[in-house]
Ligand binder design. Structure first.
Ligand SMILES: Cc1cc2nc3c(=O)[nH]c(=O)nc-3n(C[C@H](O)[C@H](O)[C@H](O)COP(=O)(O)OP(=O)(O)OC[C@H]3O[C@@H](n4cnc5c(N)ncnc54)[C@H](O)[C@@H]3O)c2cc1C
Length: 396
């Protein structure tokens, strides 16, 4: 499998230039976290502005492959992701991992009803998998859905549901069969505006509200909103989890060398510019090399996944590599900044408007999202390398 990242041919320069012009003309200005890493908006006005932004992209033909059933031009897609990523603004609203599940397991009616509005920002989605006692051990989830005529009635609690406070739909896992473990789980489309859905936002140490608790009290879900077959939710969910790990692993650490050189030039160490310190230069070189490996790994896993040739340990390896590199880079940059590194967006003395501080605080999240790195290492060891399985259950 080719692991080099192919060059984008020069004939795509016009596409890139046109897209850049479009971005300049349509990119919204938001009231919150415009500069230091917006993930989930805090204000309704910002949600509306983001919906308008995503809608304008979609209507102009700038559409992301993850929502499309048809083939797309791979170079245009890469340019789209690069240029939109560089805006620092969300260009996918909510947590749309359900798109992959709908493409693989949804009925044509479900695909037609949900994929275009999801792509256009008209429908925002959240993912309702994790529960207070079921995160790493997701198969032990307790939310239940009981069949009552042509609806399921859902009771339970979810947590860490990103974007749920703004969501129109939820990608829900619930237990429909009276058996423990993965066999009893079914995947559903849940209308987040239905009676019995109660969303309670959680404030994180970043100062933002990315996550929510979601309480489900007798929520009625039509049988037609089951994704795939009843009792096959685990199979459906695993497609999404693989995609999530691939996405996290494909996350960009950006031009690390340029960014860190900038910080090292602007700060002093032992009375001299930090960039003059050999150990600083060596560290930046090492980060830069690891970031190139990350780029190649991300490209490799995405290419293999697109060809249906991914091995189950590809996404975990990439996810671990990205998330640990990203964390170390953030810690290093803050160490260079000294006390100023503690300042956040809005403070006139904050370095790069608090972007590094936000990155530092959020970096640990990527070591957990989509399955913690400990669990990823278990997967690689047990299923990738065939090492003996760890002991599970009560070991007291
Ligand atoms: C940024 C982010 C976004 C998220 N978005 C969503 C979302 O939209 N929807 C959703 O449903 N969930 C979401 N989650 C939740 C995420 O899936 C869980 O946090 C994750 O699966 C871990 O579960 P937990 O938090 O319950 O931790 P636990 O499972 O309680 O784990 C606690 C610690 O124990 C370790 N551990 C557990 N079991 C083992 C083991 N067998 N071997 C070794 N170590 C172990 C873990 O690695 C971890 O360090 C999100 C999380 C993050 C960080």
């Amino acid at each position: 499998m080719d692991v080099t990242v192919p060059e984008i041919p020069a004939r795509y320069d016009g596409y890139r230039a046109e897209l850049r012009r479009f971005i300049v003309d349509h990119k919204p200005t938001l009231g919150w976290k415009q500069r230091s890493g917006l993930r989930v908006p805090e204000e309704e006005a910002d949600v509306d502005a983001l919906r308008e932004w995503v809608r304008s992209l979609y209507d102009a033909g700038y559409r992301l492959a993850q929502f499309l059933l048809e083939e797309v031009d791979e170079h245009e897609q890469r340019i789209l992701e690069q240029e939109l990523g560089a805006t620092g603004l969300p260009f996918v609203l909510g947590n749309p991992l359900v798109a992959g599940a709908l493409k693989a397991f949804g009925t044509p009616e479900q695909q037609a009803r949900h994929l275009p509005p999801m792509a256009r920002g008209d429908h925002i989605w959240t993912q309702l998998f994790s529960e207070p006692n079921a995160g790493s051990d997701l198969a032990s989830l307790q939310t239940r859905a009981e069949l009552d005529g042509d609806v399921y009635v859902v009771h339970g609690q979810k947590v860490w549901s990103t974007w749920a406070q703004w969501a129109d739909y939820g990608y829900l896992l619930a237990r429909t069969e009276p058996v423990p473990g993965p066999k009893g789980i079914t995947a559903f489309i849940l209308d987040m505006h239905a009676a019995g859905v109660d969303v309670r936002p959680l404030r994180e140490m970043t100062g933002t509200t990315d996550f929510n608790e979601v309480f489900l009290d007798g929520v009625r879900v039509p049988v037609s909103d089951v994704i795939g077959a009843r009792g096959e939710g685990w199979k459906v969910a695993n497609v999404s989890l693989m995609t999530e790990r691939t996405n996290v692993g494909g996350g960009s650490t950006g031009d690390i060398a340029a960014a860190l050189v900038g910080v090292a030039r602007a700060h002093r160490r032992r009375g001299r510019p930090a960039i003059d310190d050999d150990s600083v230069r060596q560290a930046i070189g090492a980060f830069s090399a690891r970031s190139r490996i990350q780029r190649a790994l991300g490209y490799r896993v995405a290419t293999k996944a697109a060809k249906g040739a991914a091995d189950m340990w590809d996404a975990p390896v990439t996810k671990i590599w990205f998330s640990e590199l990203n964390l170390e880079v953030a810690e290093f940059a803050l160490a260079l900044q000294g006390a100023r590194g503690a300042l956040v967006e809005g403070d006139p003395d904050a370095v790069d408007d608090g972007a590094w501080q936000d990155r530092f605080l959020y970096a640990r999240a990527w070591t957990i999202a989509g399955g913690s790195n400990e669990i990823m290492r278990n997967l690689i060891a047990e299923r990738g390398l065939g090492l003996p399985k760890e002991r599970r259950g009560d070991i007291s």
